[in-house]
Design a protein around this ligand. Structure first.
Ligand code: F6P
Length: 323
């Protein structure tokens, strides 16, 4: 391998820039050329490709978002789109790719890698933490800290007015942000998709008398349709359990922004360096993960479309601490 292309794809996540910097500098350190591909797979198709030198990634480790821009690209899901992408890679003499993104982006990478027998290494870049085989994804820790700061602020008004707040957080179909965000912010409960089909979490919450010793309460809700979302749950409370002064707050895209935490910068730096090691070791079609503080290679087939389990101990901890 002589030249590696790098792109970010799907939802941006804080720490993506730190990963771009680490991939670029490790590659150059290892004697490889680097080309930055703008706007994810879309830029690969429309040929938005530029050579990167070490100074292209100066002064970005602290910045949120992604200097390479990102996109969700429909065309890349078609064989015609992927052919155009392949032709551009050949023309630019790029012979391996590092793709930074979430489940959808790595699914695209897997299909492309198999179709053209092209070496790709994935880096888990998503605030959702929903990729299997890694304890954490790039951006997750920063989003968790953002959620914690927001909930701390909402708690002030919740307490003053003695209200019940449903705070909706992101996560797509996963409850990691909601569950860990609830523990970190001292919320009364988290309503998450992973156990939505097992129990009626709202009924359980109310029947257990969750406000026995408190006047205000905060419940974090994962955005997934199976939880009903914060709006759906607030409606249910109004109809089924009248008497609560309920409010809803949807944190939305502010969870994706901001300067990455130290944990995310270090994670992204280690993973970016590991992506180049993996390529030089002739690894193919694996995602870089971290487990018990050790870098691991997770085959794409395992990392994506594979339900990552939540840690039940966290559920139990939250329950015990919210009495
Ligand atoms: O995957 C990251 C994420 O922020 C999810 O938590 C959320 O469901 C989705 O992206 C929102 O996507 P968009 O920014 O395209 O609306």
């Amino acid at each position: 391998i002589k030249c590696v292309g790098i792109l970010t794809s799907g939802g941006d996540a804080p720490g993506m820039n730190a990963a771009i910097r680490a991939v670029t500098r490790s590659a150059i350190y290892g004697g490889l050329k680097v080309k930055g591909i703008y706007r994810g797979y879309r830029g690969l198709i429309t040929d938005e490709i530029q050579e990167f030198h070490t100074q292209n990634v100066s002064n970005i480790i602290q910045a949120g978002g992604t200097i390479l821009k990102t996109a969700r690209c429909k065309e890349f899901t078609t064989p015609e789109g992927r052919q155009l992408a392949y032709d551009n890679l050949k023309r630019h003499e790029i012979d391996a790719l590092v793709v930074i993104g979430g489940d959808g982006s790595l699914t695209g990478a897997r299909i492309f890698a198999n179709e053209f027998n092209f070496p790709i290494i994935g880096l888990p870049g998503t605030i959702d933490n929903d990729l299997y085989g890694t304890d954490s994804t790039i951006g997750y820790d920063t989003a968790l800290n953002t959620i914690m700061e927001c909930v701390d602020k909402i708690r002030d008004t919740a307490t003053s007015h003695e209200r019940l707040f449903f705070i909706e957080v992101m996560g797509r179909d996963a409850g990691f942000l909601a569950l860990n965000g609830a523990i970190a912010s001292g919320a009364e409960a988290a309503i998450i998709p992973e156990i939505s089909t097992e129990v009626d979490q709202l009924a359980e919450l109310i029947q257990n008398g969750f406000r026995k010793s408190k006047n205000s309460s905060i419940v974090l809700v994962a955005e997934s349709p199976v939880t009903g979302g914060a709006m759906g749950l607030a409606e249910r409370v109004k109809n089924e359990y009248p008497g609560y002064d309920v409010r809803v707050s949807i944190l939305g895209h502010l969870q994706r922004g901001g300067s990455p935490t130290a944990c995310d910068r270090i994670l992204a730096s280690r993973m970016g360096a590991a992506a180049i090691d993996a390529l030089l070791e002739e690894q193919r079609n694996v995602m870089i993960g971290i487990r018990n503080d050790e870098i691991v290679y997770v085959p794409f087939s395992k990392a994506i479309k594979n339900d990552k389990p939540i840690n039940r101990e966290l559920l139990d901890t939250l329950r015990r601490l919210s009495i």
